[in-house]
Design a protein around this ligand. Structure first.
Ligand SMILES: Cc1ncc(C[n+]2csc(CCOP(=O)(O)OP(=O)(O)O)c2C)c(N)n1
Ligand code: SF4
Ligand code: SF4
Ligand SMILES: [Mg+2]
Length: 367
């Protein structure tokens, strides 16, 4: 049974388990533990990283933030009494395929944790949930999920998902892919899925770069960003993804960073529970190709940067047009839009019913 939020768990029952060999030493768990329970150990694992250790067990409130933030699925809370002795991602992620391909300090694994938690929270039928990715480092997510999943072609995750959403409206369709995949080669599909309000949740992992192919500039890279293709700094106006989704009429739009694991989990849950098109953008570190070149630093430095630079969206003061991201500048985060525009199938049904009357057989719409 799920623990109540904020309720301190009994330390006699709970403990922190660490798979030291899975750890890539990013330091997220140690840095962001609100109780300073963890410390990096002096030991090395077989890969040469320092894993964390439980330095101060009495201080732990068993909040599970370390479990959520660890991109390697290497630390989790266990309890014999509550029959929990596995990682939160154990039932939906193929942990037998770990270590994954993502670099130390990459945020994609953290997004997967938030996604898994949200899938459980949303209480959707996981046997009727379809995960679609394009190509890229983020595109690998589909292959690591232990659900019906599709690793499609670059830029074509949304059209593939559109086919699923129209042909099998009883399924919950989720796209998880990168900023290059969804807004460069796949940008056209993104606009139209949002405009038509096609029933799908899109999670866009925005690391401002083409990670998988060596760090070329993407349409979201802030002006001034150094990439292998913009050695003197990007000069094209970048896309503001929430603004685009909002302008196209998406029913749900949010942006968080990988530092904001709880907000991200809740935003993905809300997106999954929204009919029509929902979009969650996640600003996520690519330390290897963006952080290093742009002198922000490693994954941990990038997470601290997000913590320091994030500003909250306020409905009475801001619109999504204010959510542009400037180079090394503030990042506006929040749940920006919730509206109830008819979905594509609802609009089609009502339009054709209107014209054709009883001759028209209603297409099933997601319940
Ligand atoms: C049609 C096509 N064009 C180009 C590529 C090469 N390619 C593979 S992944 C990728 C970019 C990935 O960037 P993004 O979607 O941002 O994902 P990330 O790796 O950053 O997570 C590119 C250009 C390809 N596989 N197919
Ligand atoms: S967050 Fe995970 S990978 Fe990073 S130091 Fe902690 S256990 Fe290791
Ligand atoms: S290249 Fe960047 S996006 Fe790809 S796994 Fe490494 S850190 Fe992550
Ligand atoms: Mg990218």
């Amino acid at each position: 049974m799920a623990e109540k939020k904020g309720k301190k768990k009994d330390p006699k029952e709970w403990r922190i388990d660490i798979d030291a060999e899975r750890c890539k030493g990013c330091g997220f768990c140690v840095e962001f533990c609100p109780q300073n329970t963890l410390a990096m150990s002096d030991d090395f694992n077989a890969k040469g990283y320092h894993p964390p250790m439980v330095a101060n067990p009495e201080s732990c409130t068993y909040c599970d933030l370390c479990e959520m933030i660890c991109p390697e699925f290497a630390i989790w809370l266990s309890s014999d009494e509550n029959k929990k002795d596995v990682h939160i991602a154990d039932d939906l992620v193929r942990l037998d395929r770990m270590p994954h391909i993502w670099c130390p300090g990459c945020g994609i694994g953290t997004v997967v944790n938030c996604f898994v938690k949200a899938l459980h929270d949303a209480e959707i039928d996981l046997d009727k949930t379809q995960i679609v990715s394009g190509i890229g480092c983020t595109g690998r997510v589909a292959g690591y999920m232990d659900l019906d999943s599709y690793h499609t072609t670059h830029g074509r995750a949304i059209p593939f998902a559109t086919g699923l959403a129209l042909g099998a409206p009883d399924q919950k369709v989720v796209v998880i892919s990168g900023d290059g995949d969804l807004t460069a080669i796949g940008g056209n599909h993104f606009f139209h899925a949002a405009r038509r309000n096609t029933d799908m949740t899109v999670i866009c992992v925005n690391n401002f770069t083409y990670g998988m192919t060596g760090g070329q500039v993407t349409p979201t890279a802030p002006i001034g960003s150094i990439a292998i293709t913009t050695p003197y700094g990007a000069f094209d106006r970048p896309f503001n993804i929430p603004f685009i989704a909002d302008s196209c009429g998406a029913n749900y739009v949010a942006r968080w960073t990988t530092f904001h694991v709880r907000h991200l989990q809740n935003a993905i849950k809300a997106a999954l529970q929204t009919k029509g098109f929902s979009l969650v953008e996640v600003i996520s570190p690519c330390p290897t190709l963006y952080g290093r070149r742009n002198k922000i630093g490693d994954g941990l430095d990038m997470m601290k940067f997000y913590k320091e630079k994030s500003v909250r969206f306020k409905k009475d003061q801001h619109t999504t047009a204010d959510a542009d991201i400037g180079f090394q500048n503030e990042i506006m985060v929040g749940n920006f839009v919730k509206r109830e525009r008819p979905s594509l199938l609802e609009a089609m049904n009502s339009s054709l019913k209107n014209k054709l009357g009883d001759k028209y057989v209603q297409w099933p719409v997601p319940g």
